[in-house]
Each structure stands twice: as structure tokens, then as C-alpha cells.
Design a protein around this ligand. Structure first.
Ligand code: CMP
Length: 140
């Protein structure tokens, strides 16, 4: 299987509850390497651009409000099959539907405050990583 990189975000509900270390431990226990990481308070317009694909969805405004409400941790995870594997470790978007033991089942508060974001395909991962990181910021 191929070594891949995926973009992960620890959302405001993770930073405000001070559980970013616990989540990073789960990533590392599952074999990922965190090869870039930055804590940042996103502006409203940055969140709008990052989530532009959801622009027409009814939850877009609440999503952008939430993601710019407090700091997030943006990070690049590297590992075998990282994109799909991270989605499995995160669990379903809605924490109520997330499998036991997944990050969203353990920590998610609601479909909006669902603790983590992870890229959903190779194309998205490349785009999302480039949104936050220069190649020289990523040390594999
Ligand atoms: P995320 O993986 O960051 O991608 C978009 C986010 O929108 C998603 O996680 C959820 O937190 C949020 N969201 C709110 N309502 C919905 C919905 N009905 N379907 C998908 N995502 C939603």
C-alpha cells in the first residue's frame, strides 16, 4: 500500500477543551507521523475559502462561524493509506453515527462540533495541504 499524506484539522471544540494532545496520541498510536502542524485562528474568509465546496449547503454559514470561532490545529498526517485510514479513525461525520472507539465517537459533540476534519480523496488532500502549508513547512 502507498504512503500518503492527508490534511487534518483539530477543530475549535478540540482546542477549547484542551484535547489536542489526546487526539494526536491516537494518530501516532495508529501509525501516522505528524509531519507538519500549526495552531491558527482562521479568519472568517479563510474558512469560507477552505470550505467553498459546501457553499450551497444549508450548514455552510454555521460551519464557517464555528471554524473561525476559536483556534484550530492544522496538520499533515503521513502514513500507509493515510487518507482512507484517517477517515476510518475519525469515524462518521455525525458523532451519533460514528463507530465506537473512533475520534468522533469519543470526543464529538454534534455534527458541527465533530472535533476533526480529514481530507476525503487524494485530490482533495493535495489541495487542502497546499491551502495551509508550503512544501518547505512539511518535514517527513
Ligand atoms: P468536515 O469533515 O469538517 O466537513 C464539513 C463539515 O460540515 C463537517 O465536517 C461537519 O462538521 C459540518 N456539517 C454540518 N452539517 C452537515 C451535514 N448535514 N453533512 C455534512 N457535514 C455537515
Amino acid at each position: 500500500m502507498a504512503i500518503e499524506r492527508t490534511l487534518s484539522i483539530l477543530k475549535p471544540d478540540a482546542t477549547t477543551r484542551n484535547i489536542t494532545g489526546k487526539i494526536n496520541a491516537i494518530f501516532e498510536e495508529n501509525g501516522f507521523r505528524i509531519i507538519a502542524q500549526r495552531r491558527v485562528l482562521l479568519t472568517r474568509s479563510e474558512t469560507e475559502r477552505f470550505y467553498i465546496i459546501h457553499k450551497e449547503r444549508p450548514f455552510y454559514k454555521d460551519l464557517c462561524d464555528f471554524m473561525s470561532s476559536a483556534p484550530v490545529v492544522v496538520q499533515v498526517l503521513e502514513g500507509e493509506n493515510a487518507i482512507l485510514k484517517n477517515r476510518a479513525i475519525m469515524g462518521a461525520t455525525n458523532p451519533e453515527e460514528a463507530a465506537p472507539g473512533t475520534i468522533r465517537a469519543l470526543f464529538g459533540l454534534s455534527i458541527d462540533q465533530n472535533t476533526v476534519h480529514g481530507s476525503d480523496s487524494a485530490a482533495t488532500a493535495a489541495q487542502e495541504i497546499a491551502f495551509f502549508f508550503k512544501e518547505t513547512d512539511i518535514v517527513g
